[in-house]
Write a new protein. Structure first.
Length: 121
């Protein structure tokens, strides 16, 4: 499944960039309840972690969802224009497998984060 290392490297870098951007945005204090302004409140840290997790999951879900749609369109075009070439058909099948795998990972990660968010409530 890890045949295409470049694709997995790009997905990992995208996830890291999303994490860094969401942490910076949440810590900037420009968001309602964001930043470290309520440090004296006993639940401030838990609220900060909850908002950070929500922002990260929303950002990651949006970006990876967009990338999955792009991969589906790209694979569809490859299948459409390379219908007689068996190597392109095999490559298209791999792209579809990677896109569905990414969707499964996003859905499972979202459910796991939702479970832990429910524990914090």
């Amino acid at each position: 499944m890890l045949k295409n290392k470049k694709l997995w490297t790009m997905l990992a870098l995208t996830a890291v960039l999303c994490l860094l951007a969401s942490v910076a945005y949440a810590a900037s204090g420009n968001t309602p309840g964001g930043g470290l302004s309520g440090i004296n409140d006993g639940n401030a840290f838990i609220n900060f972690i909850k908002s950070l997790a929500e922002k990260f999951t929303n950002s990651a879900r949006s970006i990876i969802g967009f990338l999955v749609v792009v991969v589906f369109v790209w694979a569809g075009l490859l299948l459409l224009f390379g219908a007689n070439d068996s190597s392109k058909i095999a490559q298209t099948k791999d792209y579809f497998k990677y896109a569905v795998g990414a969707l499964v990972v996003v859905v499972v990660a979202d459910k796991i984060v939702g479970f832990f968010m429910g524990l914090l409530s």
